[in-house]
Design a protein around this ligand. Structure first.
Ligand SMILES: [Zn+2]
Length: 190
């Protein structure tokens, strides 16, 4: 039987507590696990995280091989490919939970704010990253920008069809969360 969204969240929260307190167990990383997942994957949750090297999803949530379906882009900015990847996790793999994992001092958010303020420019495909930062993260005070970005992207994910339908049917929970670079703790925002 599939696990509920809240049970999936509780498992990730417990994993983060192990990581942040120096008691990580690095589960599901041995030869037996590799053999177990050859035939297929059954991840407990999907994570939409920032590509920032300081926020590796499996490590900070103390998960292992086959546990998380992870999509990472700069600033958690989503396009159709990223949303389609989450759609696959929900529809084909049946994950009950998507965690939008923002973090403190996100460079993508800072860059987009600088562009919006006219104090910087970006070129090439990086423009799409800056343009994809949530409007709320541009208009709020600096100290609230990273939280606003996680909330704003989570709202975008929730509104995307067919994820919105899965939420309405009670099959999916989308949670915004914020990772602290200094403490290693993940705080649920909603
Ligand atoms: Zn970032």
């Amino acid at each position: 039987m599939a696990i509920t969204p809240e049970i999936a969240w509780a498992e990730l929260a417990a994993g983060n507590e192990r990581f942040a307190t120096g008691t990580a167990t690095h589960p599901h990383a041995d030869a037996a696990r590799l053999a177990e997942v050859v035939a297929g994957q059954h991840p407990r949750a999907a994570v939409l995280g920032c590509a920032d090297s300081r926020v590796p999803a499996e490590l900070v949530l103390d998960q292992g091989v086959g546990d998380l379906f992870v999509v990472r882009t700069a600033g958690m900015v989503v396009d159709d490919v990223a949303l389609g990847s989450l759609q696959f996790a929900v529809e084909a793999l049946g994950v009950p939970l998507v965690v939008v994992l923002g973090h403190e001092s996100c460079g993508a958010v800072r860059a987009a704010r600088a562009v919006a303020a006219g104090s910087a420019t970006v070129s090439g495909p990086l423009r799409a990253v800056a343009a994809g930062v949530a409007p709320e993260a541009l208009s709020t005070p600096e100290e609230d920008a990273d939280e606003a970005q996680a909330r704003g992207i989570a709202a975008r994910v929730r509104a995307a069809s067919p994820l919105a339908e899965a939420i309405a049917e009670g099959r999916l929970l989308v949670v915004a969360a914020l990772y602290s670079l200094s403490t290693g703790e993940v705080r649920r925002l909603d």
